[in-house]
Design a protein around this ligand. Structure first.
Ligand code: AMP
Ligand code: GLY
Length: 432
């Protein structure tokens, strides 16, 4: 089989590496992929948002199955275009991807179907939004741009001044463009965060092993928000009892709600959850695998990924086995110094074969091949994942492998998994 994977980051590399375990697969095209992904797939130099060129490519090449991984092509309807062309595709259609594409939509869905989430109001005028914050006078308060904003559309304000700045920058200065035509202003919640990715064909929903992202740039959850600096799975806060509550009150109601709205969701649905004192609540939905969550969840998947994805497409997910290893995984992201702000690119990456020889997996993100050498080309450069019987071993192994890798101005957090381990009663301070 020939498979097309749309996207070019660490998440897409994790999907490709997992798919490759299926012996039926002859060729994987990564569109556009990145330098490091070329070790595992054929790169197709087309922008994931250039739908006409993508349709032209699939018309001229035999593609037996496609996977659309990133949010923007999903929200803009690439799955619909591929399906129209007769290509079996994993990933929701546009009318279902709106669950991530519009925060206003997702909040209204949750309210209508009584799915637990933070209380909120929607505004399309900055003045009204600011008046509401003044009236409410409760801080911190959370301001969210309605549309996609590269994961940066959520601003948490500690006081009225900050909230005014947040609202004005989104709605007046339009720092996220039209995504800021409307804002959601919501109550600030507290508690541990859990990511749960789930396969669903709109009839059956199968949650994957839980995980924990580390969004801030610096150790101790300090510094700016990033796309994610590392992840561990499973997430020790997510007990079997909590999983049961989430299934009953969040996962199944969400699938039913989408069906009821005439928007059946087929693909990977991501639940960003907060375990509050009042029970688990939804922070956000994503219409795709998380990054870097995919880099810890997929290496733990024992079952065949292509079989599952085909079953989702054919709406027979209840007939396939989705099994996870009884192990733990840790992924540490190496970023370009300065990320998520300005950073330099073009530095040679060394030590990769030494890192791989430890048994760790490397998932490439911001990399490019130049004169047969892999160089940095983005903020998040690569992720190193280790899978081990315990979380403690996985963390130690991931860091051991990371120590072999070098590029100028390389930055990685030294405390990925530390919080998770503390929940389990372990301690990694002595070892790292
Ligand atoms: P989002 O853009 O919705 O993914 O939010 C990004 C991050 O902001 C989340 O992972 C949370 O850490 C935080 N966040 C979002 N909404 C809330 C909220 N209502 N209360 C507290 N923290 C939040
Ligand atoms: N790791 C968060 C996300 O993929 O949106």
């Amino acid at each position: 089989m020939n498979i097309l994977v749309v996207g070019g980051g660490g998440r897409e590399h994790a999907i490709i590496k997992k798919l490759k375990e299926n012996p039926k697969i002859k060729q994987i095209y990564a569109l556009p992929g990145n330098g490091g992904i070329s070790y595992d797939a054929t790169l197709i130099n087309i922008d994931p948002l250039d739908f006409d060129s993508i349709i032209d490519f699939v018309s001229k090449n035999t593609i037996d199955f496609a996977v659309v991984a990133p949010d923007d092509p999903l929200v803009l309807g690439l799955t619909d275009r591929l399906l129209e062309k007769g290509i079996p595709t994993f990933g929701p259609t546009k009318n279902a991807a709106i669950i991530e594409g519009s925060k206003v939509f997702s909040k209204q869905l949750m309210k209508k179907y009584k799915i637990p989430t933070a209380d909120y109001e929607v505004f399309d005028s900055a003045e009204e939004a600011i008046n509401y914050v003044k009236e409410k006078n409760r801080f911190p308060i959370v301001v969210k741009a309605d549309g996609l904003a590269l994961g940066k559309g959520t601003l948490i304000s500690q006081d009225l001044n900050e909230a005014q700045d947040a609202i004005n920058s989104i709605m007046v200065d339009k720092i996220f463009g039209d995504s800021g035509n409307r804002v959601v202003i919501e109550e600030f919640m507290q508690g541990p965060e859990v990511s749960v990715l789930a396969f669903t064909d709109s009839k059956t929903i199968v949650p994957m092993v839980s995980s924990m992202d580390h969004k801030r740039a610096l150790d101790g959850d300090l510094g700016l928000n990033t796309g994610g600096m590392g992840a561990v799975a499973p997430n020790p806060y997510y007990t079997d009892d909590i999983a049961k509550v989430c299934e009953e009150k969040i996962f199944i109601p969400t699938i039913n709600a989408m069906n009821n709205e005439g928007r059946p969701f087929k693909g990977c649905l991501y639940f960003g959850l907060m375990l509050t004192e009042d029970g688990p609540k939804v922070i956000e939905y994503n219409c795709r695998f998380g990054d870097p969550e995919a880099q810890v969840v997929l290496p733990l998947l024992e079952s065949d990924l292509l079989d599952i994805m085909q079953a989702v497409y054919e709406e027979r997910l209840d007939q396939v086995e989705v099994k996870f290893k009884d192990s733990a995984a840790c992924c540490v992201i190496a970023a370009s110094g300065g990320y998520p702000k300005d950073y330099k690119k073009g530095y040679t990456i060394t030590g990769l074969s030494d890192a791989i020889s430890t048994g760790a997996l490397i998932f490439y993100a911001g990399t490019k091949m130049e004169n047969n050498e892999l160089v940095t080309s983005g903020g998040r450069v690569l992720g190193v994942t280790a899978v081990k019987p315990t979380l403690e071993e996985a963390i130690l192994h991931a860091y051991k492998a990371m120590e072999k890798i070098h590029f100028e101005n390389m930055h990685y957090r030294k405390d990925i998994g530390k919080k998770a381990l503390a929940v389990q009663g372990g301690n990694i301070n002595a070892s790292i």
